[in-house]
Design a protein around this ligand. Structure first.
Ligand SMILES: [Zn+2]
Ligand SMILES: [Zn+2]
Length: 337
């Protein structure tokens, strides 16, 4: 089969590889759609926990091609998506329902081969039926599951004002879900004008370009501060500003991945005196089913977030362009014409 193949740091090409064989508890899935994610860039450039060589791709959907002898709830022909985090369910973290912190975690697309390939294997415990949900939206259930995982950690008070920093795919999903959950006003910032236009189209109430006077402008919109501030940039300076902009008794959600070892300056008196909560949220944890349910019912429609849909052959160049920051919106590899 053909696969996108990262041989080593900064070296990616298409390669013919063996079709993987499913273990007794695994499904072999014929991939239908597979999305690019910011973490794929880190896997290519070497800034992530990964093995080399590796086939990237952890946001995908497809059709069951074969099942291992111990598989109980899936059969050939089932339409599926999967949680790429293969947890053990035996370690202390798993046993206390914190599977994303599994001590034996193996992740599709970084620590085991992923879905930018014609076929991929996953354990049954990670797979989900998608019914007749379209494959492209089903491939976006994983990032949506990450967004839902963060929302499971706090309430959005009805009538609240929410600030979301970063209007990329994830920021836009954060906005859509915040509006669903009771935010009266969602304000978004980004450095790209095109992303802010997209945000407005999809329902953001105010947008502010992220430039020198962004903090003053945000202050004017919400003089008391924001009930909830969500960082979807992964830029330490944004997190720092976000904490200053949280309203008393409000919450700062650290969702974007800042560089490892980066630092911010926070006045702890401010956290104490203004009753702030700072909440971190990493990846997804048993939330893929919630994401699929939201997409199946049409409660959320992610199709407007899709930018380019390309073939596996085209994906090598698209991946390089993505890594160089030359693309916008979600890039999806489709295995159908
Ligand atoms: Zn991802
Ligand atoms: Zn575990």
């Amino acid at each position: 089969m053909k696969a996108l193949y990262i041989e080593k740091e900064n070296t990616v090409y298409l390669k013919d590889v063996e079709v993987p064989q499913p273990q007794p508890d695994e499904l072999l899935i014929k991939v239908a759609a597979s999305g690019f994610c910011g973490s794929d860039i880190h896997i290519l450039k070497g800034g992530h926990v990964q093995k080399y060589p590796v086939i990237p791709g952890h946001e995908f959907s497809g059709v069951v091609e074969a099942v291992g002898s111990k598989v109980m709830n899936f059969k050939v022909g089932d339409r599926v998506s999967a949680d790429p985090n293969v947890f053990c369910e035996n370690c202390d973290a798993c046993k206390s329902n914190h599977q994303i912190h599994c001590k034996n975690l193996s992740v599709l697309g970084s620590l085991r081969d992923g879905a930018f390939a014609e076929y991929v294997t996953v354990p049954e415990r990670c797979a989900f039926h998608i019914g007749d949900l379209d494959f492209i939206q089903a491939s976006m259930a994983e990032p949506l599951g990450c967004v839902i995982n963060s929302h499971n950690k706090y309430e959005i008070p009805i009538g609240s004002t929410v600030l979301i920093m970063g209007a990329g795919t994830i920021g836009l999903m954060q906005m859509m879900l915040s509006k669903k959950r009771g935010a009266a006003r969602v304000v978004m910032t980004d450095i790209k004008e095109t992303q802010l236009e997209k945000a407005k189209e999809l329902g953001a109430d105010f947008t502010v370009k992220s430039e020198a006077d962004v903090e003053q402008k945000l202050r004017r919109i919400a003089p008391e501060g924001f009930d909830i501030v969500i960082d979807a940039t992964g830029v330490p300076k944004c997190v720092e500003m976000g904490i200053r902009l949280v309203k008393y008794a409000g919450k700062m959600i650290v969702f974007g991945a800042c560089p490892v070892g980066s630092q911010i300056t926070v006045d702890p008196f401010d956290i104490y005196f203004r009753d702030l909560q700072i909440i971190g949220s990493y990846a997804l944890e048993k939330t893929l089913g919630q994401a699929i349910a939201m997409l199946q019912s049409g409660a959320l429609d992610l199709r407007p977030l899709v930018g380019q849909v390309v073939s596996l052959e085209e994906s090598v160049q698209v991946f390089r362009d993505f890594a160089d920051g030359k693309t916008s919106n979600k890039l999806i590899v489709s295995f159908f014409d």
